[in-house]
Design a protein around this ligand. Structure first.
Ligand SMILES: O=P(O)(O)OC[C@H]1O[C@H](O)[C@H](O)[C@@H](O)[C@@H]1O
Length: 550
């Protein structure tokens, strides 16, 4: 089959030409605001309770039209529909991609290989609900009769980042009496820090691993079990250890009874799994009703994503803006600035979602994509970031687009804080967009009575080039419904970008090589011999470990 490199396709060429023309005309975002008084209305929309203002991007109506043409050329809608219909679009692993089915209401049948997955999903949800209610009501107790006060989730990657982020984000909705802990890192300091805080008699461990083979999780799980057995007998394990996994034999081999396993399926990718039983720590932390609300919020975004035309489709628009910034403007990273302290784990969560999905360069034809693919995702909460790396955003030679995220209503009563927080959020995007010209800086310094000498020394340092793009995403409040919709928005954005680039956003071969090499090196460290195949750096580093152990 003949294959046209992306940059040779008509829609891409049109975009390139348009970008060059904008550049030649010296069109800046602030000029576009001056020219069009309703720019905010033109370039903003709401969906599933999420509001997106994308007016502070380097785009015109023509840019948007050309990006929509690009989406049509790349058959983004067709690929979206293939995903929702259960086609095996994760073709390197021959799997469907149906995390959206996890949040669909009951009685919306969907079959994969003849099995009604909607019924299966709701069976597991019912199992989770019953379990959560037993733990919360004290029907489920520890082996010595104490109620459960601490839940320790042991998992990594998708079996950690989503649940951890959601539990933190929605802490104001938490069920009283349950403290959640998350152990992911195989570094013993992580497990040790949690074990030193909890009482084995009132602690429930959730071993979360889709494959139940991930070395990090298995080591932590075995160490947690050994710690528990210092206090209790093997017969007591069933009151304190449950598993979330699609690998029933491995769960059983670990010693967890089948009735203590919450299952899920190979059509749920790890980084898309918080909606499945991997969300058990969320349901235990918040209560099942709030977990259901999270799913409902995501479902509302799913419906919008499936039904809205490209021009008004929030995930598709967000994806297109990302493509514009990445491929046409050459921005290598995207910074996430959440102006909500409880969203401080959101950039971390998005790193896996985006970078594990789109940190690839081979397309469906086995060819290298000839434009840049997934950006680097990084960030922190506002206002902390302002006092750390925002300098770079405003004045460095790199242009980094920013997604500002804020909730209008806080979950606290410190009204003064909220207004100041929002003022800072809006001011940052305004400053990035407007910048400050030499004329403005000079006038300012003259008003301050500075000498000509001082002015000429300071002037270049105090100029802000501006014209730096950002999106602002507003929620009315950070509720389970709205957080669900926000996460689904980013999930779909990432998927759509993969559709544009023609890559498989749902596999992760890139994480395998390091795992295999770690096993070999671990063998060397244990045995005291060093494989001759190692390079001199690796052999030298191994020797350092040995020397330290003597
Ligand atoms: O849930 P598990 O099977 O333990 O996998 C945990 C994580 O580890 C892997 O290395 C993958 O890169 C992740 O996508 C996955 O979420």
């Amino acid at each position: 089959m003949s294959f046209t490199p992306l940059s040779d396709t008509p829609a891409y060429k049109q975009l390139q030409l348009h970008q060059q023309q904008m550049h030649q005309q010296g069109l800046e975002i602030s000029h576009l605001f001056d020219q069009q008084s309703d720019r905010f209305t033109q370039f903003s929309l709401s969906a599933a309770g999420v509001f997106l203002d994308y007016s502070k991007n380097r785009i015109t109506e023509t840019t948007k039209e050309l990006l929509c043409d690009f989406a049509r050329q790349q058959q983004v809608e067709l690929q979206r529909d293939a995903m929702f219909s259960g086609e095996k679009i994760n073709f390197t692993e021959q799997r469907a991609v149906l995390h959206t089915a996890l949040r669909a209401p009951s009685n919306t049948p969907q079959r994969i290989d003849g099995i009604d997955i909607n019924a299966e999903v709701h069976m597991v949800l019912a199992q989770m609900q019953a379990f959560v209610e037993k733990v919360h009501s004290g029907v489920w107790r520890g082996a010595s009769g104490l109620v459960i006060t601490d839940v320790v989730n042991i998992g990594i990657g998708g079996s950690d980042l989503g649940p951890k982020m959601v539990c933190q984000a929605l802490r104001s909705f938490a069920h009283q009496g349950i403290q959640s802990h998350f152990v992911s890192n195989l570094d013993g300091h992580a497990l040790d820090a949690v074990l030193s805080q909890v009482n084995p008699a009132s602690t429930l461990f959730i071993i979360s691993s889709k494959t139940f083979t991930t070395a990090d999780t298995m080591l932590n799980a075995h160490s947690a079990r050994a710690w528990f057995l210092q206090h209790f007998s093997a017969a007591d394990l069933s009151r304190h250890f449950v598993a979330v996994s699609s690998n029933q034999p491995a769960v059983q081999a670990f010693g967890i009874a089948p009735e203590n396993r919450f299952g899920f399926w190979d059509w749920v990718g790890g980084r898309y799994s918080l909606w499945s039983a991997i969300g058990l720590p969320i349901a235990l932390s918040l209560g099942f009703a709030h977990f259901r609300a999270l799913l409902d919020g995501a479902h509302a975004m799913d419906v919008h994503f499936q039904q809205a035309p490209i021009e008004q489709n929030m995930p598709i628009l967000l994806a297109m803006l990302g493509i514009w910034n990445r491929d046409l403007l050459g921005c290598g990273s995207l910074s996430i600035a959440a102006y909500h302290h409880d969203l401080r784990a959101f950039p971390n969560y998005l790193q896996q979602l985006d970078m594990e999905s789109n940190g690839k360069r081979i397309n469906h034809h086995g060819q290298t994509v000839d434009v840049a693919t997934g950006p680097i995702i990084w960030g922190d909460v506002g206002t902390n970031g302002q006092h750390a790396y925002f300098q770079h955003l405003h004045q460095s030679s790199d242009i980094t687009p920013v997604d500002f995220i804020a909730a209008l209503r806080p979950q606290h009563h410190l009204a003064e804080h909220q207004l100041m927080l929002l003022a800072n959020c809006f001011a940052q995007s305004q400053a990035l967009m407007r910048g400050k010209t030499a004329q403005q800086v000079t006038t300012e310094m003259q008003t301050q009575g500075m000498s000509d000498e001082q002015i000429s020394l300071l002037l270049p340092h105090r100029i802000f080039a501006g014209n730096r793009p950002s999106n602002t995403i507003l929620l009315d409040e950070l509720s389970p419904m709205r957080l669900g919709a926000l996460i689904a928005l980013y999930e779909h954005k990432v998927a759509v970008q993969g559709f544009f680039w023609g890559i498989n956003s749902f596999d992760q071969w890139g994480v395998e090589l390091g795992k295999v090499l770690a096993k070999a090196i671990e063998g060397d460290l244990h045995s005291g011999t060093t494989a001759t195949s190692h390079d001199s750096s690796t052999a030298g580093l191994i020797a350092k470990v040995r020397a330290a152990g003597k």
